[in-house]
Design a protein. Structure first.
Length: 321
């Protein structure tokens, strides 16, 4: 996107903006695109949010930001009530950035938006499998004695994801040189291209080794391009495994294990973190292993589960039995 030009905002909505809003928004998009070098998808998200904001302001009779008040911004957020709290928070964050830019460019005298706080999203406990459910799922991926390359791959993939808490995007980008089987450590590429080293245990080590020795070469032979020689996890055509394929593997394997509730790749990550906390790991360690930028994100796993509460109650209360 060539932000900062009319072509950069080549949408029907953009053409409805008056000159004042259109010029300021164009300058802002050029600023975050060229000067700050934000990713194209991020620039597009800002553009979408701020087009909506500016069009709403116009509908309320505003010709520019100079007469906008904090209550105006509050009213805009209230107009988004049908959206999730997360979506509203994202749009408000875009508005904050827009007002800060306008202040820096002397288009307004004060940033009234900073007084408006994002709505709090309701906090949901993550879906977590029990240790027995994880074991059943991993066993169903490749039962003992199964030498099928796909089964070996699926077992290695799921063992490694559960052993490291890897996101699905991290799992599919693992290359052969990223894994040190002898040292039991893997290098994961997280959000923002941040790398981290995560240890893993003997179960994952043996599963990955079995796949590399008896399954991966067979899958690689099926590739006609040889472009995926670095990738550790390959599909049936010898290409790097896709994120969608991992979703299908997880759901198929969970169904084979007889798990009644819906399981997705992130369920393994949630289970990894929860089982570590329950096993006595401190939250800071889990934060590092998960690659969370803030410990606040990790703290959701410290919530006591209803099952643990009930068990503690029965054990401790004199009249619980």
């Amino acid at each position: 996107m060539d932000s900062g030009t009319d072509e950069g905002m080549g949408t029907v909505e953009a053409t409805a903006l008056n000159a004042g809003f259109k010029e300021l928004l164009s300058q802002f998009l050029a600023h975050i695109n060229v000067e700050r070098g934000l990713a194209k998808a991020t620039v597009h998200a800002y553009e979408s949010d701020l087009l909506r904001y500016c069009l709403w302001l116009q509908s309320q009779g505003f010709k520019n930001l100079s007469t906008v008040e904090a209550q105006t911004v509050e009213d805009f957020v209230a107009s988004l009530q049908k959206e999730s709290a997360r979506s509203r928070a994202r749009r408000l964050a875009s508005v904050h950035e827009f007002h800060r830019f306008a202040l820096a460019e002397h288009e307004i005298d004060a940033d009234v938006s900073q007084q408006v706080k994002a709505p709090k999203a309701p906090q949901h406990l993550p879906d977590v499998l029990t240790i027995d459910e994880v074991a059943a799922m991993l066993e169903s991926a490749c039962p003992k004695g199964d030498t099928d390359p796909i089964a070996l791959r699926d077992r290695a993939l799921l063992e490694l994801m559960y052993a490291t808490g890897a996101r699905v995007s991290e799992a599919v980008t693992i290359n052969r040189e990223d894994i040190d089987l002898a040292g039991r450590v893997v290098r994961l590429m997280g959000k923002g291209s941040k790398q981290r080293l995560v240890p893993f245990g003997g179960y994952a080590q043996r599963a990955v080794q079995a796949y590399c020795e008896h399954g991966r070469d067979e899958l690689q032979k099926r590739s006609k391009t040889k472009l995926e020689m670095r990738a550790i996890f390959l599909n049936t055509r010898g290409h790097r495994l896709s994120r969608q394929s991992v979703w299908e593997i997880v759901q198929y394997t969970a169904a084979r294990a007889g798990l009644s509730h819906k399981v997705h790749p992130h369920t393994l990550r949630h289970s990894f973190a929860t089982h570590l906390i329950q096993g006595g790991a401190d939250v800071r360690t889990v934060q590092e292993l998960l690659g969370h930028a803030s410990v606040t994100t990790t703290q959701i796993y410290t919530h006591v589960s209803p099952e643990t509460l009930k068990e503690s109650y029965v054990m401790a209360h004199p009249r619980a039995r």
